[in-house]
Unconditional design. Sequence first.
Length: 165
Amino acid sequence: MLSGLDGQILGLRKCGKPAQASAYSVEISEVSPFWIDVIGEKAAVPVLLNEGIDCDGMRCMLDAVQLATACAIGWDADVLVLLDRDEGVRDFAGSVRRWLELSQRNGSPDSYSEGYGMLDKVQACSAALRAGVRRARILPWSQIDCLEDFFRAKIRYGTEIILCP
């Protein structure tokens, strides 16, 4: 297992106002693909812990969704899959949507319910797609074993995020 502390995989920068008296929030400013490429060339699966070192040399925990998105963009991934406890993005009636269309222009979604805590994941998928990641899906943890069939099977679990003109 790697972390953002290893091999300068992640570059971080301060953002926003201090979250506490002297601590700033951090965001990922760059991702170096070197070690992940090395691991991938050996047909292994890289696992990256969501921690890094900020510009003051302090260890910090990173938002897992932001980390996954930055890595997918930085490594020019074909797919971003975000796992969630819920079954997928829900409409206002509470039904899981298999597809959610986003505007290419501003990444805003058509209508869906934000009450299930999906807004950060939908925004992350939008950012990844607009940056060149070719597919993005929010998948329930309960169906993680269907990842193998991701490219071959129709969408039966989770929500595929799609950019529209």
